[in-house]
Design a protein around this ligand. Structure first.
Ligand code: ADE
Length: 833
């Protein structure tokens, strides 16, 4: 019987697991709100599980700090709901996003005023969240909650950007019970084989309105046995001792959401008479409707059962009394009375299991009528279990078959389309097969079913010439030679940089492709989103042009009074009343709307990055055109040019009189880049274009990471143009970024390996300089297949084995096997003499 009771309760939990409408849209946008939002396109209404609208999730305005608990996503369910399960997901946005909540807390409220923090049965509030931006993680709420309002509050252990999509699962709570008030339970102690056995009843739940008596979990027949949830014996019961109640009864007051027509009340009681616990002998209920208590109460006396020690539901017929509050006095039948659940049935109990059937005995009785329901439950549970087992087995077999088939096809086709045949590997353009170009569209499609690593294929591969049935240039006419010329063409006006195209639309005009953040369509001009101040443009004096790009220029300027805008740490070597040298990145006033948006986006991101190895945004001029961002000036320009001008220490340098950089200083610079990247990755930012050209050099070999779309003209050879539309830094990109459009911290690690290689070569050679762009992409296919045919960048002459080992680890095929920036940074510190 007790198993059956548990099954009933479990059944409620099992069936009451309907998605409540975040994904389906049943919950209206206006019922989803948040503490803040990063931008209009990441507002609360985009926090719907499995939906990709807007920028793909709700993201709070600022980085979530540990212990701050300021940010939340709130859902108003409009009525009380029994919530048994929650689901969360991060922001993936087709591979662009990489923000998710690793942990979160839940708060709930029935009236929107009093908020209660959800805790599990062990008292823990924090729920484990997501580990990546795309998988949905479901968590059972044990105990479940009854609430109208629910808040998801991201929790972090370090300051990081977080975005969330969520769903609530459960069903409407038709009891209408809003709160109950009962005397606190008491402790029972008795000698059990020489141990003093304590049975703590629940105190705190009583004050929380709804709690132990309405958590949908029924207690066991023998309350001394440990409960399934690993909590103390008797956890599910609230118990009272007769001696503490001179009146001989315990009075519990129940308040409901509105006036209801009550048919029954069911009280789940323990009846372990061997321990002096019995169900109540009588109950007297008073009804409060309109403004007063009804004069005549309802009295009911169940048969006191001294034969069967099972816990049971005692059903009390409430005879269709109308009430918004009910006060019941339960009379003791023995020294103890213990309840674990109380439920009410009113006329509106639509899918409530406990609805009385019309033929049910109207008098008061120990409830046997659940038998039919129980049988139904058991059959349903067995059916569900069998279905689950069949589905699991079917999925496993199917997945295996698919995997095998995919691998076979993939290998065949990639061999045909991606790999450079052994003779083609002589770097001869003309030998690249045109057949493979025509066949490889389908190849990419087949990468998809391989597993979670391949879940988010971008359209990138389809855009690559040899994979595309290009509309601009039919595959049959696109010869390798013509392709190789396109790659070296200087980017022309109107041709967006790589991510500006629809492949990965994060590209900033002036290099704002740097970080994977929610795209912004915000009104930055309001100033609200920017964490830096507006600088009076007239106080800037132009000195010289530092760089030029498609949509603007970078100027070296003197800024008067900039000291006020600078952090103390920058000020130590700057005289107070002299102009400060700054770099001013300026958007051309005729730049298109996308470029403008990207420029503002870059400002927003940069304004929040504060690290010694990340270029610092000092101020902006965005109140009028041309839009400007003012950054610190790094007197030695970018690292690529800097190293190209220098030579390694040694005979050769002595002879040529060229300036030198010592090995120690090379290591020092690499370590700083690793440190800056460690910071970015800790914020979950993905740079996407790490290379020496995007690192700036200051005094004494200090390095700061930046990104300069401006310098694309200078370095156009480093970027690969796709169908004349987008440019990609393919020589720095991981295989998964090229083939699957996946940009993650692990792909930044890959790019770091290439950057390290550049540094050790004094930037005298482009990575894979002997390969054409097409061959680089084909080599990517070899990295994917991992059949030892991939070509690695060679060990630079100056490079000790320990450093080369780091590079090779960055280029591991499996993203999880690549080191983190933290590990790289540590390893470099150890190498640095
Ligand atoms: N070129 C572009 N930005 C620069 C900066 N901040 N310092 C020096 N050179 C630059």
């Amino acid at each position: 019987i007790s198993l059956c009771f548990i099954l009933i309760c479990l059944f409620i939990h099992c069936v009451c697991r309907y998605p409540l409408g975040m994904s389906s849209g049943q919950i209206q946008d206006e019922d989803i709100s948040a503490s803040s939002q990063w931008s209009e396109s990441t507002a609360a209404r985009y926090g719907r599980l499995d939906c990709e609208e807007g920028d793909g999730a709700w993201c709070p305005e600022i980085t979530v700090e540990p212990d701050s608990l300021k940010e939340f996503l709130q859902i108003d369910l409009r009525s009380l709901h029994f919530i048994t399960l929650v689901g969360t997901q991060g922001r993936h946005a087709g591979g662009i996003g990489n923000e998710f909540a690793q942990m979160y807390k839940i708060k709930y409220s029935r009236d929107g005023r009093r908020w209660i923090s959800w805790r599990n049965r062990q008292g823990k509030q924090v729920i484990e969240g997501n580990r990546n931006a795309y998988d949905i993680v479901l968590k059972d709420l044990e105990p479940p909650i009854i609430a109208r309002f629910v808040r998801f509050m991201p929790v972090t252990d370090h300051s990081m950007n977080v975005c969330m999509r969520v769903e609530l699962y459960g069903c409407e709570w038709l009891d209408g019970l809003v709160s109950y008030n009962a005397p606190a339970g008491e402790q029972m102690s008795f000698l059990l084989t020489f141990f003093l056995f304590l049975f703590p009843s629940i105190y705190h739940h009583m004050t929380e309105g709804l709690g132990q008596l309405t958590d949908g979990v029924c207690g066991l027949d023998d309350f001394t046995l440990s409960h399934v949830y690993n909590v103390w014996p008797g956890y599910d019961y609230v118990g009272w001792n007769n001696e503490s109640f001179p009146s001989g009864y315990v009075e519990i007051m129940f308040e409901f959401d509105r006036t209801r027509n009550f048919t029954t009340m069911k009280v789940h009681c323990n009846n372990m008479f061997s321990r002096h616990v019995k169900a109540f002998r009588q109950v007297v209920c008073y009804f409060h409707s309109e403004s007063d208590w009804e004069a005549t109460p309802l009295t009911f006396s169940p048969v006191v059962d001294e034969k069967n020690p099972s816990a049971r539901f005692v059903t009390v017929n409430l005879a269709n009394h109308m009430a918004s509050a009910i006060k019941c006095q339960f009379y003791f039948a023995d020294a103890w009375m213990m309840f674990s659940e109380i439920t009410f049935q009113s006329v509106q109990c639509l899918h409530n299991l406990d609805c009385p059937s019309p033929e049910e005995d109207p008098t008061h009785k120990v409830d046997d009528s659940n038998t039919r329901i129980l049988i139904g439950c058991l059959v349903a549970i067995i059916f569900i279990l069998v279905a689950i087992i069949v589905i699991i087995l079917w999925r496993q077999v199917w997945q295996k078959m698919l995997e095998k088939a995919s691998r076979r096809m993939l290998d065949d086709e990639l061999t045909a389309s991606l790999s450079i045949q052994s003779e083609t590997f002589g770097y001869n353009h003309n030998q690249l097969s045109t057949n493979s170009e025509q066949e490889s569209n389908s190849t990419y499609e087949r990468i998809f079913p391989l597993g979670p690593d391949y879940q988010e294929p971008s359209r990138l591969i389809c855009k690559l010439p040899e994979f595309a049935q290009s509309s601009e240039e039919p595959a049959s006419t696109s010869t390798a030679a013509s392709k190789s010329t396109t790659t070296t063409t200087v980017v022309q006006d109107g041709v967006p940089h790589y991510a500006e195209a629809d492949i990965v639309n994060l590209q900033g005009v002036t290099g704002s492709n740097t970080y994977a953040i929610p795209a912004v369509t915000m009104d930055l001009l309001s100033g609200k989103d920017v964490a830096v101040e507006e600088f009076p443009r007239k106080l800037l004096t132009f000195k010289e042009k530092l760089g030029e790009g498609q949509f603007g220029e970078v100027h070296l300027c003197e800024a008067e009074g900039m000291q006020e805008f600078m952090n103390k740490e920058f000020l130590f070597d700057i005289p107070e009343d002299q102009p400060v040298l700054v770099a001013v990145k300026m958007l051309r006033s005729d730049a298109n709307k996308n470029a403008r948006n990207d420029f503002l986006k870059e400002i927003k991101i940069m304004s929040r990055l504060k690290d010694p190895n990340i270029i610092r945004l000092l101020a902006v001029c965005i109140y009028s055109d041309p839009l400007c961002m003012i950054t610190e000036y790094m007197e030695n320009g970018d690292l690529n040019q800097f190293l190209s001008r220098h030579e390694p220490e040694g005979q050769l340098a002595l002879l040529s009189n060229a300036p030198t950089v010592s090995f120690n200083n090379l290591c020092y610079m690499a370590t700083q880049i690793a440190s800056g990247m460690k910071y970015l990755s800790s914020l979950n930012f993905v740079h996407r274009d790490l290379a020496t050209r995007n690192c700036l050099v200051g005094k004494n070999y200090t390095i700061k990471i930046a990104d300069f779309g401006m310098s694309r003209n200078l370095y156009s050879g480093d970027y690969y143009r796709i169908q004349g539309r987008a440019v990609l830094p393919i020589r720095w990109m991981s295989w998964e970024s090229i083939l699957l459009g996946k940009f993650t911290t692990a792909s930044d690690v890959w790019a770091f390996g290439v950057t390290l290689w550049e540094i050790l070569n004094f930037c005298k050679e482009q990575p894979y300089s002997q390969l054409t762009d097409e061959q680089v992409i084909e080599n990517t296919g070899e990295f994917f297949r991992d059949q030892k045919r991939q070509i690695y960048l060679p060990q630079p002459v100056l490079c000790p084995d320990s450093l080369y080992k780091i590079m090779l680890s960055c280029w591991r095929r499996n993203t999880k096997e690549r080191p983190s920036f933290q590990e790289i940074h540590k390893a470099l510190l150890e190498i640095q003499p």
